[in-house]
Design a protein around this ligand. Sequence first.
Ligand SMILES: Cc1cc2nc3c(=O)[nH]c(=O)nc-3n(C[C@H](O)[C@H](O)[C@H](O)COP(=O)(O)O)c2cc1C
Length: 507
Amino acid sequence: MDVARKPTQFGDMRGWIDALRKAGELAEVNAEIDWNVELGTALRLAQGPGTGPAVLFNNIKDYNGPNARCSKIFGGGLGSYRRVAMMLGCDIDTHPRELVKLGRTILSDRLPPVTVKTGPVKENILLGDDINLFDFPVPQWNRVDGGRYIISYAGCVTRHPETGVMNVGIYRGMVSAKNMIPMLIWRAQHIGNHFTAYQQAGVKEMPIAFVIGWEPVMGFCAGQPVPAGICEYDVMGAMRGAPVELVQCETVDLQVPASAEIVIEGMISTDPKDFQMEGPFAEFTGYVAGDCSPKPTARVTAITHRNDPILRGSIEGSLPGSFSENAICSSIMRSATAWNVLDRAGVPGVVDVFGPPVHAGINLNVSIKQIYRNQAKQAANALWGSSAAHVRYKHVTVVDDDIDIHDYAAVDWAIAYRVNAGEGDIFIMPNTFGAGLDPSTRRRDRNAALFGTGKWNRLLIDATMNLDYDPDPDLGGARFPPTVWPAKDDEAAVRARWDELGFKKPD
Ligand SMILES: Cc1cc2nc3c(=O)[nH]c(=O)nc-3n(C[C@H](O)[C@H](O)[C@H](O)COP(=O)(O)O)c2cc1C
């Protein structure tokens, strides 16, 4: 059965914050906190393993005076499955398994945006000498970062020079001067496709607009691989059930949500001699990554913002004890994408797919109802042959359909007793494309500038019961003995007497 959802419009980021407050999903920090490392540290510790609240910081050191242009930061909005469910208009307790199923089609519908004359984002328009990125409480998120990252969760809007279609993606950007933002742009990402197209056409500068703070669908759509050539605004409209209202930028031919908190407009020179130093940054892997090196740099041409704007940011990097917003959303969408890949390749019997949020799909678990031997290899090959595997699915574990892949213990148990490394259950696919940010790959092989990609040796753990074994007549033709879990009737009979026997009700 399809997961029930009611497409929801929050109006803007303030509407989303209000909804979170009402749902008990928001923590407000009113004590003074330092933008320099302390705020990022607090957000990382607060988010926990997908259990923490969204956080609104209302009192930021150096930005809490009467003349501050911007004095608030909001983060962690999509840092739990509960809040992802809210954003999608589902019941707040929807299980991630159901969110993955929903994720399989959530990016497929389109509802084009509408253009409006003006909106709250035009309440303040800064041009020329009035532009100063340091007027905003941009955090030094981590001590290890190369600088203050203003672009940590902004929708970066660019337009393809030939098709004219806009793309909205999340990519990182650092403040290098009061009007300069060097960015990490991979050629394989859609912003990189655009940048390369401008470069190849001999155009000197690529226009860009950074949208900071709007409804949560923006971060969700912009952070996920909506296919090239499709504008994320169309997908956001369909997801929220109403067209996104856009206004024209002041200095670039791009459009942005009319009720965004802050929009930074700029031009990125395509000439490498104009690149500025950027990085490193606490990356999605949970490690510092992306060396300090010259990168394409946005020269800010205008800033527009609402009165009393709220800066939207995110602490990147998922690791045990603290899962990032990116990882929570990616664990849903990377799993959903993998499931679609398996279906399209014709792998039969797929029951469930999940990449846990601590790594968001680097390790992928697949549960299948096996009908022939070596089906797990078919699944792994299908995944690894898809472009979706570029920075995901390094390790694929396939289990039978009696194993709950949302339960670490169940998967670990299957690996313990259904894997025999000498019987082909461990399979390595060497020297494939892979993530350039993964520190387990030798530094030389992570050089995406030299090789166009990183390098991964991929692994399949086939933790299914081996159908290549002979059926055992003593076991009624089964390959594996029965487990010791009680038979259904025996279990039901004891459960019926549970209280009488003096046990506590099972959780
Ligand atoms: C918080 C966050 C930070 C991200 N940082 C980057 C980044 O710095 N560079 C990058 O290429 N992708 C980054 N991503 C992933 C991209 O947003 C994602 O791959 C998305 O599909 C890019 O949009 P596109 O498909 O239109 O290129 C980030 C995602 C999130 C949610």
